[in-house]
Ligand binder design. Structure first.
Ligand SMILES: Cc1cc2nc3c(=O)[nH]c(=O)nc-3n(C[C@H](O)[C@H](O)[C@H](O)COP(=O)(O)OP(=O)(O)OC[C@H]3O[C@@H](n4cnc5c(N)ncnc54)[C@H](O)[C@@H]3O)c2cc1C
Length: 662
């Protein structure tokens, strides 16, 4: 029967707002909801509802841009006037039955972008942002099923890990029709957000951006959600996409070995089983294997790493020594200071931080209503969080070789960051000048993981039962911790907030490639991969969140993973559709990429010789885990696969007559 298109119900754009009636939301209800929303975002939603872009020419407009400042520095009066204007538009739209807004043309969209962030958004970004925002209601990164389902079906893939990246890979492999198995050592999904259940654990990228582009969430209860809510989000995404039945929980991959003859990977599990796959995707994360320094001595009380928090230990009234205070310790101290008898924090170097008033704030009911019901509000809000975190941070991270003194800052922009952050830190220290030397870092700003806060950290340090010690750990004794100055700190509980084995990438997994080469031995202290994903001699092996892909200058790792997964599934599709047995990056491309990355990284503040104790650096002081690239470049480079970058082997060519196909 031929399909009569006119009888096919048009699906409403999922971002066009869930319709509501006056019975459900009276005029007063709507007015009340608008009290907590982001006013600039609201005004853009009004353009969709009314179809009238006149707002862009008016005086009610954002005045400036700063990460997480979602009111665009508008005055209270302007915000009130804008809400009144928006109320009229929304009520009219409601009373017209909440029709799906007409699509907005590209010129107007660009003007709306510029207006919201008070600057010209360069064209090269516009395409990326439009894809990320999905204003047309389509998920541009989704995969269509392969034209030849049999080709996909004969290409089983193993994914190692079911954190944010592995789950994403599973969803996309499923769309394309690849059979896949995910092996996950934990009993549930979420990785980072499964394991890091320490008090105060929360994300520090706004959640309306730190979620998959295709699975936005209008239900976050906090702007920077805590661990249980994040874990629940990944669980929900997994359930929705039916990934669960493809996952082997509580199972660890110990080794993966490439067999060149059959062009397959043998994936060894800790159960003793072996799976055979045409490709392996490693999604083991950079921050998954806890690092605890090997210090002498024995401590008699409870002692645990932050990612292995022992919730059976009651901290009330106990003396706690926390070793380390980077991003994790910084969240823990404010969360436990109230209940402990005494908290001693050993910190080798101070952390740079910047203000984020929303850091512990709940998402009000008005915002949640707007996210759900106002056309494209959630999409513009995502853009408002994304843009200031997108590549501007890289400017302050780049070294200007003529700038002096380099031990203070590395460029004019970096100096400006230093001044701003310092002012914000010191203004919180009224009455405690003794803390200034301890908490204002003596190295260039943004050189290590930069933290954000609403004042909770310094408020905690000012408490009488909290002591910040500027020292490392020397040894433990049965009843305390001795620091690197020789001072002893009595303890009932020791918490190791000492981070992860970041530079030991893939540890302790063994990946054995062509010719028996062991990947981690091959890397040594210098893990690297072409575009962060592929390595010569390791055919059909792909890394997610691999070498050179961590983000220190902003952005969300979910965005990066979405770019990587698109690229990897593109590689698999190319192989399946062309009947290829194997692909691996060309050595020259790989070497050239590595040299470019290293040259670029060497010109960043993260590699500054004035920065010590940074997990960004390996034992030689070089940086290998981070990406030095603009997000827009990484997005562009990973959009499509160029087979010219690879050595490929046709399935029909016998192994002994291997040849290179381009
Ligand atoms: C405390 C903390 C806070 C963070 N905050 C932010 C933030 O605010 N913003 C941000 O962008 N990023 C943040 N990150 C980084 C975070 O790791 C990434 O955002 C993201 O969660 C990485 O997802 P992933 O799936 O790549 O890795 P992970 O979440 O680390 O998941 C890896 C998974 O692989 C599994 N696995 C590992 N090895 C094996 C094996 N051999 N066999 C089977 N399974 C295995 C692990 O069990 C785990 O489930 C934070 C990290 C930490 C630790």
């Amino acid at each position: 029967m031929s399909e009569n298109l006119s009888t096919v119900a048009r699906v409403r754009n999922p971002h066009a707002g869930v319709p509501f009636t006056a019975e459900e939301m009276s005029d007063d209800d709507v007015a009340a909801a608008l009290e907590d929303v982001s006013v600039p975002t609201l005004l853009l939603s009004c353009i969709h509802m009314s179809g009238d872009p006149a707002i862009l020419e008016g005086t009610l407009r954002p005045q400036g841009l700063f990460l997480n400042e979602v009111q665009g520095f508008m005055s209270e009066e302007d915000q009130a006037a804008a809400r009144a204007l928006a109320l009229e538009v929304i009520l009219d739209w409601r009373d017209r039955g909440c029709p799906e807004p007409e699509p907005v043309g590209p010129e107007l969209l660009k003007a709306m972008m510029d207006w919201l962030v008070c600057e010209d958004v360069p064209d090269e970004y516009v395409r990326m942002l439009l894809e990320e925002m999905e204003l047309d209601g389509t998920d541009a990164r989704a995969n269509a099923p392969l034209a030849d389902p049999d080709a996909a079906a004969s290409f089983p893939v193993v994914v190692i890990g079911c954190g944010m990246s592995g789950l994403l890979a599973a969803v996309r492999l499923q769309e394309a029709g690849f059979p896949y198995t995910v092996i996950e050592k934990n009993e549930g999904p979420g990785g980072t957000w499964w394991e890091n259940a320490y008090p105060g654990a929360r994300v520090d990228v706004g959640n309306h951006f730190y979620c998959y582009s295709f699975e936005p969430s209008d239900h976050w209860s906090e702007f920077f959600a805590r661990q249980p809510e994040l874990q629940a989000y990944f669980q929900r995404v997994m359930d929705k996409h039916g990934v669960d039945e493809h996952v082997r929980w509580g199972t660890e991959v110990t080794k993966a070995v490439w067999d060149d003859e059959s062009a397959t990977w043998s994936v060894h599990l800790d159960t003793g089983e072996t799976l055979v796959a045409r490709a392996v995707i490693s999604a083991v994360g950079q921050l998954n294997r806890p690092f605890v320094p090997d210090v002498p001595g024995t401590f008699d009380g409870p002692s645990f790493h932050t990612a292995r928090w022992d919730h059976s230990v009651d901290l009330a009234g106990r003396r706690v020594v926390m070793v380390g205070a980077g991003a994790t310790g910084f969240q823990i101290a404010p969360a436990i200071a109230d209940e402990v008898d005494h908290l001693t924090i050993l910190q080798r170097s101070a952390q740079w931080m910047f203000p984020n008033p929303n850091y512990h704030e709940r998402v009000g009911p008005g915002v949640r209503w707007a996210l759900r019901h106002l056309p494209f509000y959630g999409r513009w809000y995502r853009f408002l969080l994304f843009w200031p975190a997108c590549d501007t941070g890289l400017v302050a991270a780049k070294v200007d070789p003529d700038w002096e003194p380099q031990d203070r800052s590395v460029s004019e922009a970096n100096e400006m960051a230093r001044v701003m952050f310092t002012e914000w830190i010191t203004e919180q220290l009224e009455g405690r000048p003794d803390l200034i030397d301890k908490v204002v870092p003596d190295y260039p700003a943004t050189g290590k993981r930069t933290l954000q806060d609403n004042g909770s950290w310094l408020r905690t340090l000012k408490r009488p039962n909290v002591e910040l010690v500027r020292a490392g750990v020397e040894r433990v004794e049965p009843d305390g911790v001795v620091d690197s100055t020789g001072a002893k700190h009595p303890a009932d509980v020791v918490v190791w907030a000492t981070g992860f084995r970041v530079n030991d990438m893939l540890y302790p997994l063994r990946v054995v490639g062509r010719g028996g080469v062991d990947l981690r031995e091959h890397w040594g202290h210098r893990p690297r991969a072409y575009l962060g994903m592929t390595v010569p001699a390791f055919p059909n092996f792909f890394c997610l969140y691999g070498p050179g892909t961590n983000l220190a200058s902003g952005g969300s790792l979910i965005f990066h993973s979405e770019c990587e997964v698109r690229y990897i599934v593109g590689c698999l599709a190319a192989m399946a559709e062309r009947g290829l047995a194997a692909m691996e990056p060309r050595q020259d491309r790989y070497d050239e990429w590595y040299e470019r990355c290293q040259a670029e990284l060497a010109r960043t503040v993260w590699a500054s010789p004035h920065i010590e104790h940074s997990f960004y650096k390996n034992v030689d002081g070089d940086v290998h885990c981070l990406s030095p690239w603009r997000l827009v470049d990484f997005w562009a480079w990973t959009r499509t696969v160029d087979l010219e970058d690879f050595l490929v082997r046709s399935a029909s060519v016998p192994r002994d007559r291997e040849r290179v196909e381009r």
